[in-house]
Every structure is written in C-alpha cells, then in structure tokens.
Write a protein that binds this ligand. Structure first.
Ligand code: NAD
Length: 304
C-alpha cells in the first residue's frame, strides 16, 4: 500500500524558472520539505535566499535523494529525460524504488510514453502533469493541471498538486496530459494571433486598439487572448506575460508532431507551427509570446 504525499513529505524540485519558482514557493507554503536544483546556480541561490527552509543541491541526483516525489519544471521533454535518466548525475540514481516523478513541464507526449516505460522498469512511476494559467496563476496556486498516468499515482500525489493548482484533471494514461497541453496551447496561440492580426488591421483602419479589445470581450470574438492578454500586455506594448515565444513555438511543434505521429493532416496547425517557428527566429531570444503582435506588424509591413 502506498502512502499519500502530505506535508511535510520531502519533494525534489528541478527547474526554478519563471514557473518553477512560484510553484516551488507554493509547496513550501503548504508545508512540504523541498530539495531544489537548477543548472543556473543563481536560480538556486536566489530561491534558497528567499526560502531558507529549502535545501540547495548540486545535481538532479542529489536533489532526488530521500525524496518521495520529484517534480521537473524544465523547458522541454528532452531536457527532462537528461535530468531524470540520462544526463550527468541524473535523478534516477538518487530516487528510491516507489518514488514518483511528476513532469510538470510541457513535454512531447510521445517522448513521455517512452520515459514512463523506462522509469517503470526502474521501479519509479511517472505522472505527466503540465500546467496552464501562466505565471500569474502559478503565483496564486490556481493552475489548471492536466495529468497523464495511473489514477492511484494521482491519488497519492493529490495534496502536492493541490498546493499548486485549482483544477486537477486525470486525462488518461502516460502522455495524455502532455498531449492535451500541446493541443490547448495550439488553441491559445491561434487565438492570440487572430487577436493580433485583428488589432493590426483595425488600427490601420483607424480603430482604437483598446476599444477593439473591450468590444471583443463583450462579443463573440472573446478569448483568453482578448481577456487576459489584450489590455494587459499587447495594447500597452509592455509584452510582459512571462512566457516566451520560444516555448510557445515548441508547444506548437509538439502539437504538430502528435498529429503527424497519428498520420493526421492538419493544414491550419501546420501553418501555426511554421508561423510561430519563424516568429521565434525573428523576434530574438527571450521574446515574450505576446510579442507575436510585433511579428504580425512586421508581416503587415511587407504588404499583401
Ligand atoms: P524558464 O526558461 O523560465 O525556466 C526553465 C528553468 O530550467 C531555468 O531556470 C533553467 O535554468 C532550468 N534548466 C534548464 N535545463 C536544466 C537542466 N538540465 N537541469 C536543471 N535545470 C535546468 O521556463 P518556464 O517559463 O518556467 O517554463 C518551464 C516549463 O513550463 C516549459 O516546459 C514551459 O513550456 C512550461 N510552461 C510555461 C508557462 C509560462 O507561462 N512561463 C506556462 C505553462 C507552462
């Protein structure tokens, strides 16, 4: 019989970036004991400086030692595989049999299915548990968490997820959470580009962008983009949503990979993959995904 992971259970947390930091903070505030690691030593020292109860470690293996669960919040699934299984001092060398790995990154679901099999062979369970809601909802602990894996593993880790998210949905077996996340971000990206193109056209016609967003929000054009990105990040041009164009482009490529893996022809999705990959190259390293508005403006300049 497995025990439920309630506070003060020890959790290893790998990846203290834009999302990892506030998520790890929520776990500490809930009473969990944290062992943290990031390849950026500054990320680790800043985190431990702000949260002295967390233990800084020098590798994924060291973070994993004595932990009942290990959370990864890393850029992509290839990096997760390195950190957990194949890189230098990987977590698997520190984890005990019976531990559970919770990959909360937005990883490729086909890679996740393989990782789940490889970890199971070592006596370690995997839950894919990507999140939606961005930095704001990571801070207030109201993320939407999409879980793939065994129901029993979700039940034993529910208090851990509960400290970070409000909606926790079991989507299916290993990889199901990652597949749903990539498809969710396809919708999110499509809505954002549609809003940005509408704003560029509307402005050229003489419409006020703020008024346009307000009207979308009381009309059928309403979407996550118009509600939480228009007035907040695009119209004032601060582009400070905290999620990069590079990560969104990766999510689009993941969604495209899933469709191709299943031999499904999806022309609009393929166009979105090309659009975001090109935008990522053009906007430069670190560009926020809401800067896709600047990319829409650049393309508009080329004239139809
Ligand atoms: P980020 O780039 O801010 O953070 C990633 C962190 O991982 C960095 O601190 C980096 O130093 C660390 N890292 C990289 N390689 C490592 C390794 N091998 N070992 C240990 N640490 C390593 O990214 P983020 O915005 O926090 O996103 C993390 C994940 O969450 C991504 O998969 C992203 O797609 C997803 N996501 C992000 C958001 C958002 O709004 N930012 C929302 C939902 C999901």
């Amino acid at each position: 019989m497995t025990t439920t992971l309630a506070p003060p259970a020890t959790i290893a947390f790998i990846g203290l970036g834009m999302m990892g930091r506030p998520m790890a903070k929520r776990l500490i505030e809930a009473g969990f004991t944290l062992r943290v690691f990031d390849v950026s030593q500054k990320a680790v020292s800043d985190f431990v400086g702000a949260h002295p109860s967390a233990l800084a470690t020098a590798s994924a293996k060291a973070a994993a030692q004595g932990a009942a669960a290990l959370i990864t919040m890393l850029p992509d699934g290839k990096i997760v595989r390195q950190a957990v299984l194949e890189g230098q001092d990987p977590a698997i060398e520190g984890l005990e049999a019976g531990a559970v790995v919770m990959d909360m990154s937005s990883s490729n679901p086909v890679d996740t299915q393989k990782l789940a099999r490889d970890l199971a062979a070592r006596g370690v369970a995997l839950l894919d548990a990507p999140v939606s809601g961005g930095v704001k909802r990571a801070i207030d602990g109201s993320l939407s968490i999409m879980v793939g894996g065994a129901a029993a593993d979700l039940e034993r880790t529910r208090p851990v997820f509960g400290a970070m998210g409000k909606t926790i949905t079991l989507c299916g077996p290993a990889g199901a959470g990652h597949a749903l996340k990539a498809l969710n971000n396809y919708l999110s990206a499509a809505g954002l580009v549609a809003m940005c193109e509408a704003l560029v056209v509307g402005e050229a016609f003489g419409l006020d962008p703020g008024t346009m967003v307000d009207v979308f929000n009381t009309s059928t054009g309403k979407s996550n983009a118009t509600e939480v990105k228009g007035r907040q990040f695009v119209v004032p041009r601060n582009f400070a949503a905290g999620f990069t164009t590079a990560l969104m482009a990766k999510d689009l490529r993941t969604a495209g990979d899933v469709a191709r893996h299943l031999k499904l022809k999806m022309p609009h999705l393929e166009q979105a993959v090309s659009y975001w990959t090109a935008a990522d190259g053009k906007l430069g390293k670190g560009a926020d995904h809401t800067e896709i508005f600047r990319y829409a403006e650049m393309l508009a300049e080329e004239k139809a």
